[in-house]
Design a protein around this ligand. Structure first.
Ligand code: CA
Length: 356
């Protein structure tokens, strides 16, 4: 009798578990993804689209994601709030766009003269960065994922040559976040605007200079048609991490296997986007180099020195007034001090020897 009850009990539990699994595997989720990128924008936008498609495919259609470019559902700079409030379940953009919410967000994208893409990934995945990222976004009902990296960017397109810090005086430049503050300290006026507005602003003279990404995307925007001086390096964005944000309630409704699919798709996108930028930037640079009216130059040394000095001053000021920034920055800078000792005798030494 006892044995029979046991078998029946186990059978019932088994049936219950199977039907629960069946119900879960039948349930489909219709998500919306809003992005800060122009619709179908090469690299950033298409990377986000690729991620959404791979989630649909890997989940056999149990998660369907409808994608909206900037302005199609909400403007670029409203993505964070919209996903936070549940208007869309998912978003793709860059954390430093949200520095108005809390200053620490910018550290998860890039700090001037900071970590490169490889080093950022090391910090985020194995150096405590991701835990801090999740902790910070938790207060906004969001789960963030590192989701792409453009690699080192370019310094931007300038209508006039920059030969010294004095040439920055009165310069109106599209440069978001931290880099913009550095420019301001050195006499310029930073302007924040989404990518889609840059070309017209530069063409009409609303701005005198603009940084966007690198050769691949800059060429697509036609920046070379409206400014002729192209400066490097992207001192302000040496390896900016892009992000995918998921509304926490939407994420918690997913069964474990679908959560895993979202997690894996985001981390795969983090890798493939960097690979795409590396190759396509190189191909596009060849095209730009072939244009006779474009001058590609390094920033003058005194400009870089001045920018570096301002960067540290700004970091210290924010850290003094903002506890959350101070906490994240401590983790970032402790890691940076450690990792750069390795970078110096590995990547840096290799590249130095390659060109000397
Ligand atoms: Ca940029």
């Amino acid at each position: 009798m006892k044995r029979r009850e046991l078998i029946l009990g186990a059978g019932a539990a088994g049936i219950a578990a199977t039907s629960k699994l069946k119900a879960q595997t039948k349930k489909t989720f219709k998500w919306k993804m809003v992005t800060t990128w122009p619709p179908n924008f090469p690299g950033l936008g298409t990377g986000a689209i690729r991620m959404a498609k791979s989630i649909e495919k890997a989940s056999a259609g149990r998660i369907k994601i409808k994608i909206f470019g900037a302005g199609e559902l909400v403007p670029a700079f409203e993505v964070f709030d919209y996903v936070s409030s549940g208007g869309a379940e998912m978003g793709h953009g860059a954390a430093y766009y949200w520095r108005g919410k809390t200053e620490a967000t910018q550290i998860f994208t890039a700090l001037p003269f900071g970590l490169n893409a490889m080093e950022m990934n090391g910090w985020l995945y194995y150096g405590g960065g991701l835990e801090l990222y999740r902790e910070l976004y938790d207060t906004f009902n969001l789960r963030p994922f590192p989701c792409g990296n453009s690699g080192c960017q370019m310094g931007g397109w300038f209508k006039k040559e920059i030969n010294s810090v004095a040439d920055l005086k009165g310069l109106k430049m599209r440069i978001p976040g931290f880099g913009g503050e550095v420019l301001r300290r050195n006499g310029g006026t930073p302007v924040a605007m989404p990518g889609g507005e840059i070309f017209t602003a530069l063409q009409t003279g609303t701005i005198d200079a603009a940084e966007w990404i690198g050769p691949y995307n800059d060429l697509t925007f036609g920046m070379h048609k409206v400014a002729k001086n192209y400066y490097y390096p992207g001192w302000h964005e040496g390896g900016p991490t892009l992000e995918c944000i998921v509304n926490k309630d939407a994420y918690s409704e997913l069964p474990e296997d679908l959560k895993a699919i979202v997690d894996i798709a985001a981390s795969a996108t983090n890798d493939t986007m960097l690979a795409e930028f590396m190759a396509r930037n190189a191909f596009a640079l060849q095209q730009i180099k072939a244009m006779e009216d474009i001058k590609i130059s390094p920033f003058p040394k005194d400009v870089m020195r001045a920018f570096k000095k301002s960067t540290q001053e700004i970091i210290n000021e924010i850290a003094r007034r903002d506890e959350r920034f101070a906490k994240v920055y401590k983790s970032y800078s402790d890691y940076k001090n450690t990792v750069e000792q390795w970078t110096k005798i590995s990547e840096y030494a290799l590249l130095k020897n390659r060109y000397e």
